[in-house]
Design a protein around this ligand. Structure first.
Ligand SMILES: [Zn+2]
Length: 175
């Protein structure tokens, strides 16, 4: 039988974090909400940044991230599971499953661990936001789609205008 650090019924401190949403400047458009696309013929157009746009909403220039605040929550162990790799998980009375390295005898130890977790998670999230692979394919697709539609609409206008011109000439002749 593997001995565990804590036992069922024991009150322990759980190192955890509360998340609150906040935002950082969009790393792709620098907060402007706009991006430039240059076509092969050197035409440059400005399009909405999709990295900081949510669905059909216009781009905000900001990306949502979270600020984590450390917390030591007193909890009671109600179950213990020893995994195949000998790691230990605890079930608690507030029905969470927690790794052994997140539980402590004292509030101070738990707060120290929670602060370290919060700082690391905040850092990793912001790094991920700024390193995220740029979705250049769909941006370019959007730009060329709009350009194609404009060209088609212009051709359509020219066609209809030419038809109207013919009609008005005929109307004049008949007078
Ligand atoms: Zn953006």
């Amino acid at each position: 039988m593997v001995s565990t650090k804590f036992s069922i019924g024991q009150k322990v401190y759980w190192a955890r974090c509360e998340r609150a949403p906040t935002s950082v400047e969009c790393p792709d458009c620098g907060g402007t909400g706009r991006l430039r696309v240059t076509f092969h013929d050197e035409t440059t157009v400005s399009i909405d940044c999709q990295n900081c746009a949510r669905g059909f909403e216009p781009p905000t220039g900001r990306v949502t991230v979270y600020d984590r605040s450390p917390e030591a929550r007193l909890t009671t162990i109600t179950g213990i599971e020893i995994k195949q790799d000998s790691s230990v998980e605890y079930r608690t009375n507030d029905s969470y499953i927690i790794d052994e390295d997140r539980l402590f005898d004292t509030r101070d130890e738990a707060m120290t661990k929670a602060a370290a977790i919060a700082a690391e998670m905040d850092r990793a999230e912001r790094e991920k936001v700024s390193r995220k692979e740029k979705d250049t394919r769909s941006w370019a697709w959007n730009a060329s789609y709009h350009r194609r539609e404009i060209k088609r609409a212009k051709e359509s206008i020219a066609y209809h205008e030419s038809k109207l011109a013919v009609a008005s000439l005929k109307a004049k002749e008949q007078k």
